[in-house]
Design a protein around this ligand. Structure first.
Ligand code: PMP
Ligand code: GLU
Length: 398
């Protein structure tokens, strides 16, 4: 008995694999600072915990409809109507087991064999495998130097087989946040080439510097009609372990995904649905406190990394920085850099290769200020030992 070809070719998610490795090193008593996985280091808000306990104590944790409870679908529709400034109805919302599940459900629903799907580099690890598993071909497109979307390069990548484009703002791993203008350009490209848009908005509440959030669904009827929006509980409400996400699309697509999930997975976690609804309805203050703390950590960490000579763009959102380590990398590239950093200094980070961009490393700042400070000190030692090259002087942004 052995796994089939389609599954055998799937690697373990690198972010989750590295997190597991860092945690097992910690369990062995090793001194590891884990900046690998992207998971808020805050407790879920009190309203979330109370709602979860209340539903368990009430005794009736049962199956719900496959598309989610009507009340949660209603709460999501209201939240989207308010935050994306375009009306959504509960019938356009499907609750899923996570944002990951929503993304894979959307791709399995939209993709025909051989379809090409445009991914903007750097792209989150799982996009590549999700597109392939759905029968499509991921087509990765290089970004501009500041890691923003390169519309000319995207246009060049379009072929007669291109069917869709995946967007992710704020971006994991770069933290790049699209401007309204960029989203307008992306919607226009989708319209001209009749592409669907899968917009992963899981970090939409973690946007800094007072910047407005730009979603394709807010860019007119045409863009709204061709977009599947994905969001969830994990990042906004520090609810990663509850495993609840959702998608919003046309009723036709939303209900098709719900039918698929009704056969493959059944209804999403009932406790998680109640807890997420409490979060959406109460809009707990903890969310804003967490976002401001991430913003402050970001500014400090980028300053510290630049002071070490690591070229690091200032991210506009999420909780990652994406530094250029090329001056310090050997022939093993970012993989070798991360391997050596973990072994020599006990700092876990994710190589850029996982996101389709060799030469960079992602550090998550969803970690305490003390851990971040200690990680910077270890990195300083590590880089000094590896030796600084002439390139370092040139690439330092100051
Ligand atoms: N999209 C992106 C870009 C992410 O970083 C994550 C985090 N794992 C997800 C989707 C999935 O979130 P979850 O499955 O926890 O809802
Ligand atoms: N989004 C997180 C990350 O990129 C969680 C890990 C995962 O789901 O792959 O680290």
């Amino acid at each position: 008995m052995r796994p089939n070809q389609r599954v055998s070719s799937i690697p373990l998610s690198q972010t989750l694999a590295l997190d597991a490795r860092a945690k097992s090193m910690l369990a062995e008593g090793r001194d590891v600072i884990n900046l690998s996985v992207g998971e808020p280091d805050f407790d879920s808000p009190a309203a979330v915990r109370e709602a979860a306990k209340a539903v368990i104590d009430a005794g009736g944790v049962r199956y719900t409809p496959a598309a989610g409870t009507p009340s949660l679908r209603g709460a999501v529709a209201e939240h989207l109507t308010r935050s994306r400034a375009t009306p959504f109805s509960p019938g356009q919302v499907t609750i899923c087991h996570s944002a990951k599940h929503a993304l894979s459900g959307a791709l399995l629903t939209l993709t025909e064999p051989g379809d090409e799907v445009l991914l903007l580099l750097p792209a989150w690890v799982s996009y590549f495998e999700m597109v392939r598993f759905a029968g499509g071909s991921p087509v990765a497109v290089e970004p501009r130097a500041d890691l923003g979307p390169d519309l000319d390069a995207l246009l060049e990548a379009v072929t007669p087989r291109t069917r869709g484009i995946m967007l992710n703002s704020p971006c994991n791993p770069s933290g790049y946040v699209f401007t309204q203008r960029e989203v307008a350009g992306l919607c226009e490209l989708a319209r001209e080439h009749d592409l669907w848009i899968l917009s992963d908005e899981i970090y939409s509440r973690l946007v800094y510097d007072g910047a407005p959030y730009a979603s394709p669904v807010s860019h007119g009827d045409d863009a709204r009609a061709r977009t599947v929006l994905v969001d969830g509980a994990s990042k906004a409400f520090a609810m990663t372990g509850y495993r609840i996400g959702y998608l919003a699309a046309s009723e036709e697509v939303a209900s098709a995904v719900a039918r698929l999930h009704s056969q493959l997975a059944g209804s999403p976690n009932a406790v998680g649905q109640h807890a997420f609804q409490a979060a959406l309805v109460s809009e707990p203050d903890e969310v804003e406190v967490m976002a401001r703390e991430f913003e402050a950590r970001r500014t400090r960490l980028v300053g510290d990394l630049r002071a070490l000579g690591l070229e690091t763009p200032m991210p506009g959102g999420a909780f990652y920085v994406f530094s250029d380590v090329r001056p310090w990398a050997d022939e093993r590239g970012s993989d070798g850099f991360c391997e050596d950093l973990l072994e020599a200094e006990g700092v876990a980070a994710v190589p850029g290769s996982a996101f389709g961009m060799e030469g960079r490393v992602r550090f998550s700042y969803a970690a305490s200020t003390d851990s971040l400070q200690a990680a910077v000190e270890r990195l300083d030692r590590f880089l000094a030992r590896r030796g600084r090259t002439g390139q370092f002087q040139e690439s330092s942004p100051g």
